[in-house]
Write a protein that binds this ligand. Structure first.
Ligand code: PGA
Length: 263
């Protein structure tokens, strides 16, 4: 899977199960019409992953069964089970059909005060259960303004991935989501120059963290990706896919993004 482009839909805290049903069925229908999905498999050289909120996971899982579309949570806890009210473990996610967990999204870092240490424990726990992860990193506006972008990202990567072994990376997928915090939800993505330069930096950091790893984790870009800017972003040689928020919650816009990524 590692050479395929990844298109990751982050629905955040949106949708009742009925709204999720309508959206998933429309996406499947549209991908079928576009001949990107046929029978039981995606006919494209890309992976599509949907990340609904926890209460819809099980339901969405049943809707996408036999389509080739994968399921992700938007978070996961760092313990396997026990007295952790409100939390969800990797095995519970796997039980409802998730093959992916998103970890370290900037909204969780900001509103839930998640630290790199907490994120690292989540990463290690998810990988110990063979769950694939997308680890989100990205600089704040202030960090960019102070020209601390690379420093901030290096810190998030090195502390977030502490203790991850190369053999774990051969067994599960780790994807790095570069999401500049200041462009998320803004309607305007980072410039292609900025995206390319940060992706190069992330790639160099990964080479230095995992010096003997043959196939490095994929690096995807997120932050105001839409059907207008996707072609430019996806054409960058060091962009292995996209993490889409707002535009993933609209069937036409999302399917257009999928189409333009694979075209
Ligand atoms: P956005 O969100 O596409 O709405 O900017 C991306 C994200 O938060 O993952």
């Amino acid at each position: 899977m590692k050479n395929k482009k990844l298109i990751f839909a982050n629905w955040k805290m949106n949708f009742s199960s009925e709204q999720a049903r309508v959206l998933v069925e429309s996406i499947i229908d549209k991908l079928n019409k576009l001949e990107l999905l046929k029978g039981t498999a995606l006919k494209i050289d890309a992976e599509v992953v949907l990340a609904p909120a926890f209460p819809s996971l099980s339901f969405v899982s049943s809707l996408i069964r036999h389509t080739g579309i994968s399921l992700s949570s938007q978070d996961v806890f760092w313990e396997a089970k026990g007295p952790y009210t409100g939390e969800v473990s990797p095995s519970m996610l796997i039980d409802v059909g998730c093959t992916w967990a998103m970890i370290g999204h900037s909204e969780r870092r900001q509103y839930l005060l998640e630290t790199n240490e907490m994120i690292n424990k989540k990463v290690l726990n998810a990988l110990s259960q063979d769950l694939n992860i997308i680890l989100c990193v990205g600089e704040s506006f202030e960090q960019r303004r102070r020209k601390n972008t690379f420093e901030a990202i290096s810190d998030q990567l090195r502390r977030g991935l502490r203790g991850v072994t190369e053999s774990q990376l051969n067994e599960s997928e780790v994807v790095i989501g570069y999401e500049p915090v200041w462009v998320i939800g803004s309607g305007e993505a980072a410039s292609v120059e900025d995206i390319a330069s940060v992706h190069n930096f992330v790639s160099d950091e990964l080479k230095s963290i995992f010096p003997t790893l043959k196939s490095l984790p994929r690096i995807v870009y997120g932050g105001s990706v839409n059907s207008e800017n996707i072609e430019q972003i996806a054409s960058l040689s060091n962009v292995d896919g996209v993490l889409v928020g707002n535009a993933s919650m609209d069937c036409d816009k999302f399917c257009d993004i999928v189409l333009k990524v694979v075209k």
